[in-house]
Design a protein. Structure first.
Ligand code: SF4
Length: 201
């Protein structure tokens, strides 16, 4: 268990609770959430999925159509590609935790609105606190800008480690963006190989 601190915004951490129990509690709160209008159009909430003791936590943007239908993050074509990318870093899906900035699907996969990000991200913060990963791999502009509190774009930041508190933040392109763009594909695959090196180091 690696809980960074006990200041949870969305759950009351109980004495002796471990990461898995905390994540389940946070997931329970997210499952009932109606804090923003995105709850109206969702089929399922997509809280996140993976290893509660993950050394690497990946953060994307928001659920898409397949994710909304299944309630799991990264299950469509971009998800299959992400599995391949993790393998380049020597990781399996069972070893990591995957979440998004938003937990409900925006209509027609539009970009998250700033007010939705403000409203939803206490959940993400609490998930990060519950897991306490060594690496936060931010995928795409929205998660990178939120976690690094920067206006610099992913094109400039990908593949570089930046410390944010005790976390090593490692931005990469969003797998969905890289899927059909050969230039981004070369970059994201090199970045995941580098992540593998960093994990060994
Ligand atoms: S997107 Fe986040 S804040 Fe909005 S309803 Fe879903 S879980 Fe709640």
């Amino acid at each position: 268990m690696a809980i960074v601190n006990s200041h949870f915004a969305t759950v009351q951490a109980k004495e002796g609770e471990d990461s898995a129990q905390l994540l389940a509690d946070i997931e329970g709160v997210i499952g009932q959430c109606r804090r923003c209008a995105l709850c109206e159009g969702r089929t399922n909430v997509v809280p996140g999925f993976g290893n509660p003791a993950a050394r690497v936590m990946l953060v994307g943007e928001a659920p898409g159509k397949n994710e909304d239908l299944q309630g799991r993050p990264f299950v469509g074509a971009a998800g299959h590609y992400l599995t391949d990318l993790l393998a380049l870093a020597g990781l399996s899906r069972d070893e990591v935790f995957i979440a998004n900035v938003l937990k409900c699907r925006p209509p027609s996969n539009r970009d998250p609105h700033p007010d939705e990000i403000v409203t939803c991200t206490p959940y993400l913060r609490d998930q990060v606190r519950a897991i306490g990963p060594e690496f936060l791999v931010t995928m795409g502009n929205f998660s990178t800008k939120f976690i690094l509190k920067t206006e610099r774009g992913i094109t400039r930041l990908h593949g570089q480690v930046t410390m944010a508190g005790r976390f090593k933040v490692f931005p990469v392109y969003h797998p969905a963006a890289a899927l059909y763009d050969p230039t981004k594909q070369v970059a994201i695959e090199a970045d995941f190989r580098r992540l593998g090196e960093l994990l060994k180091g």
